[in-house]
Design a protein around this ligand. Structure first.
Ligand code: HEM
Length: 481
């Protein structure tokens, strides 16, 4: 018997009632923060769609920490100061649900952690947290190291490597094999292809009303439904196989662990819940990490001084010299790698916006937010605020030395989100990224394949991606030949 599919399953009834969006006419009496009110609304839509992070940054520069605008006739409020970010993501988080975009993701991820709401969220979060705690991460490092070493080992001296797809593939295999073990291998191409389609179609996010296209018989939209179903089928097949041979003492991969998890009341995940969580981990766990690495590698290619410092650090890391996986503690000791990642996450946060909907009338640091309004806080905007990050458009990993992070007000830097919706995979991602950066730095040096274009352009969609394939030229380091 096949399970209900996320694409066609309605929003669970246990979720909070979502107040309707605020339409332009209804907003006339509200005291809204300032913002653009063009005579031709479509002109704003065009600007928004062309480059949304730049649009939001421009709002902050023009109107300050809060502003409002209408998109597809619905009210959006941008809140950009660290204090406002803290209120929305943490202090008043229960007055918000996840906003536009997440509803589209639900069609692929169902009631997994990224897209679910209360009361389902807290139950799943409690159950899913232990395998991602720091103390459990050492167990994943061997797979991360092995897959990375075989990828980097295959790079030839002088070869041009397409960074973006290579990182995407590497991080996808790491998360898929962490989850399903080697069972995932026979589906690797299909998972890659259909995740790509799903991410692409989800990506036209933040624009209300896209859902109406999903039933339209056009190949572009049909493919979204098809890919969501194929991904569900693959996950269901892997889960059914594992159930058939289930050994409760086997915790060699996350799937076995998910099958054994119990809530405080003794209840377990159903197959449907495991499927949604598995797809959620695969989707949220690879594209973000791949983007972070693609940006970090690109900045390093443009900054030979930082690359040299990173190489020095890699060359004295004991685990690198021993040719083994690091413990989390060993990986976290690498200061330069940490600074490179912190600064890359600041300037190119893979998740660059957190769209929310207000469930009731709220006061956020003096700004009146009416129930139903779309609220945007943005990593991209707040992390480029010169008040907290001097010379904010300059990639400067050195700014993270001397405990700079502890001097920041809460809410100023939140690449992994905050509050109960904070990223589950933060430490997993940082461990993986440090392993990839340090192993690469030890074995190779790299430069932009086209020296006239040292940095890729951004192609901001649901994630803050680099545009194109991002070719780099690899040189093997002599000590390692
Ligand atoms: C550099 C890599 C990553 C970045 C920048 C990132 C960022 C984020 C952010 C900002 C959120 C919160 C979204 C919101 O509040 O609207 C989030 C949630 C989440 N992330 Fe990540 N993530 C990364 C890697 C990962 C990895 C590797 C995994 C899993 C293996 C993962 C799993 C999740 C899950 C399950 C959630 C939902 C948590 C919840 O709501 O309880 N992420 N991530």
């Amino acid at each position: 018997m096949s399970l209900a599919r996320p694409f066609t399953t309605p929003r669970p009834e246990s979720y909070a009632f979502t107040p309707p969006p605020i339409k332009r006419r209804a907003a006339a009496h509200l005291q809204l923060p300032g913002g653009p009110r063009p005579l031709i609304p479509a002109s704003l839509l065009l600007k928004f769609q062309r480059d949304t992070p730049a649009f939001l940054l421009d709002l902050r520069d023009t109107y300050g920490d809060s502003s409002s605008f209408f998109l597809a006739g619905q009210l959006f409020i941008g809140l950009f100061s660290p204090a406002m970010v803290y209120e929305v993501t943490t202090a008043q988080q229960s007055s918000f649900i996840k906003g536009v975009g997440f509803a589209r993701m639900r069609k692929v991820l169902g009631e997994g952690l990224l897209t679910n709401e209360e009361p389902i969220h807290m139950r799943h979060r409690r159950m899913m947290q232990p395998p991602f705690q720091k103390s459990r991460l050492d167990g994943y490092a061997t797979l991360m190291t092995d897959l990375t070493a075989s990828q980097i080992g295959a790079w030839n001296d002088g070869e041009v490597v397409l960074l973006a797809p290579v990182m995407m593939r590497l991080t996808l295999s790491i998360v898929a094999e962490t989850l399903f073990g080697t069972d995932a291998l026979r589906f690797a191409d299909q998972i890659g292809e259909h995740m790509g389609v799903a991410i692409d179609r989800i990506e036209r996010t933040m624009l209300p009303g896209l859902d109406r296209f999903d039933g339209v018989p056009l190949p572009y939209w049909q493919k979204f439904h098809e890919s969501a179903d194929v991904l569900a089928e693959i996950a269901e097949e892997l889960i059914a196989e594992r159930r058939a041979t289930y050994d409760p003492t086997d915790t060699s991969d996350l799937l076995s662990l998910l099958l054994s998890l119990r809530d405080e009341d003794g209840s377990q995940f159903t197959d449907e819940e495991i499927r949604d969580e598995a797809l959620t981990l695969i989707l949220s766990g690879h594209e973000t990490t791949a983007n972070m690495l693609t940006w970090a590698f690109s900045w390093l290619a443009a900054r030979p001084d930082v690359m040299a410092a990173l190489q020095q650090e890699a060359d004295v890391s004991q685990w690198v010299l021993d040719g083994r996986a690091p413990t989390l503690e060993e990986a976290m000791q690498a200061e330069i790698a940490g600074q490179v990642l912190s600064e890359s996450l600041r300037m190119a946060p893979p998740v660059w916006v957190a769209p929310r909907r207000a469930l009731s009338d709220l006061d956020i640091c003096g700004v009146k937010v009416p129930a139903g309004a779309h609220v945007l806080v943005s990593q991209y905007v707040t992390q480029r605020d010169p008040r907290w990050f001097p010379d904010p458009h300059n990639w400067d990993p050195g700014r993270w030395s001397d405990d700079f992070a502890s001097t920041l007000p809460r809410g100023a830097y939140f690449p992994f989100g905050a509050g109960t919706r904070k990223c589950l995979g933060e430490h997993f991602a940082l461990l993986e990224a440090r392993i990839i950066l340090l192993l690469a730095a030890h074995q190779v040096t790299w430069e932009p394949a086209d020296s006239s274009r040292p940095m890729p352009k951004a192609e901001p969609r649901a994630t803050y991606r680099a545009a194109g394939a991002v070719p780099i030229r690899i040189h093997r380091r002599t000590h390692h030949v």
